[in-house]
Design a protein around this ligand. Structure first.
Ligand code: SAH
Length: 229
């Protein structure tokens, strides 16, 4: 028998912390537990491989951490919730905007057939790509560039997950969403409260949006008209 992985206890604590947060926000999110497949994916992805070495001891804490370039790796609870809101299915092709360190990308890759991810900071995209390849993921496709316009050549997508905050639902992303698909995106001003929003196609070309909880993400830069830093 293999000895238990050193991080097993940490992962269990992380899953318990996620479950607590999910229960505390059940009224806003409409769910008092997340899907079993999503929780299993959270348990499988080695989060310590995505954080800078100095933060190794906090890798499985239920909090965001800095990853350099002024960017962060999202809080595990938020990654799990956003993934669950996307309703990922094994045959899905999904698009992520804001690869960052690639942690959310890996969680998605555990759950769906193909993951496409766009990152505007080329150095982050390069490092994430190398890391994800090293971890053995072969269903992830990365591109460096402005994700505001999505990834036209690969559209439509069964789900789109955005991990940087635009100030309104980006039109091009909605257009690249399959009829049944969900767009999960934090929406709000650069220094204000953003609302984690699920946008779907309504009848007759309308857009339906449902807001869940307030969140704090780095602003989406590029095509939104906001100044790149
Ligand atoms: N998904 C990450 C969190 C990423 S932080 C995780 O798993 O923890 C948000 C990322 O979005 C940053 O890396 C930032 O550079 C990127 N970003 C911001 N605006 C963008 C844009 N217009 N297109 C693509 N990426 C963008």
């Amino acid at each position: 028998m293999n000895p238990p992985q050193p991080e097993t206890a940490e992962i269990k604590r992380m899953l318990a912390a996620i479950e607590t947060d999910v229960r505390m926000t059940a009224r806003e999110t409409g769910r008092d537990a997340l899907g079993q497949r999503v929780m299993q994916a959270m348990a499988r992805v080695p989060r310590h491989r995505f954080v800078p070495p100095d933060y190794r001891s906090l890798a499985y804490a239920n909090r965001p951490l800095p990853i350099g370039h002024g960017q962060t790796i999202s809080q595990p609870y938020i990654v799990a919730l956003m993934t669950d809101l996307l309703n990922p299915q094994p045959d899905h092709r999904v698009l992520e905007i804001g690869t960052g360190c690639g942690y959310q990308t890996a969680v998605l890759a555990e759950l769906v057939a193909q993951v496409y991810s766009v990152e505007i900071v080329s150095e982050l995209a390069r490092v994430a790509g190398a890391r994800l390849t090293e971890l053995g993921y072969d269903n992830i496709h990365l591109r460096s560039g402005d994700g505001f316009g999505g990834w036209t050549e690969q559209a439509p997508f069964d789900g789109i997950l955005v991990t940087a905050a635009p100030d309104a639902v980006p039109r091009p992303l909605l257009e690249q969403l399959a009829p049944h698909g969900r767009l999960v995106v934090p929406i709000g001003p650069r220094f204000g409260t953003q609302m984690l929003t699920v946008a779907t196609h309504g009848p007759g070309g309308t857009v339906e949006t449902a807001t869940t909880i307030p969140v704090v993400f780095v602003p989406m830069i590029g095509g939104t008209g906001l100044d790149p830093r």
